[in-house]
Design a protein around this ligand. Sequence first.
Ligand code: SF4
Ligand code: SF4
Length: 201
Amino acid sequence: MDKEEKKFSSAEPISMSDSDLNFAKEIGKVAGTDLNSCLTCMSCSGGCPMYSYMDYGPHGIMRLAVLGLKKEALTSTTIWRCAGCHACAAVCPMAINIAGVMDYLREECLKGKYPIGDKPIFEFHRAFLLSVRFHGRSSKVELMGLHKLFTIGSGPKAWMQDAFLGVKMILMRKLHLLPSRLMSSGISQVRKIVVGEWRDR
Ligand code: SF4
Ligand code: SF4
């Protein structure tokens, strides 16, 4: 069995009974793109650097959206593991704004209080935004500390896996211990941008 077959071999059949056929249209309106033009050619997944870590991959998310399978799309790991690099959009023959779709789906996941497909990655986003709210920009050491704090329940192995690397980088002076801050007027402008559900989950 090759890697691709293995990836989908244990998948449960998906019921179409809760299908919402307006879903693709709703996404398209906000992301400014037409999901119904997707050809399922898989060029996006073929060029995606995160594809092997995702459950559906970008082409799969497009298909779920077109079929109105909202819950499956919003609870997938794909939307959280997407790095927003736009490599998929660069190769899409239909010029679909796939990274914009992923942004929209992450927002919808949080608004609808759906289970989060990859909690540690969500916690990384949360730690980043909190650090940006404090200083107007992110502080790497603070980001690491906040992420460790937010994922404290993830078990000692997962929690410690990169802790030594962090200490090594501090000792090698690759990380600044004290955060640099924007001027206060800049911080308040950034705070107006960084709002939303991120703090509440
Ligand atoms: S590359 Fe574009 S058309 Fe092809 S599957 Fe991906 S989103 Fe659909
Ligand atoms: S934007 Fe997301 S889905 Fe598209 S190629 Fe990059 S990681 Fe993959």
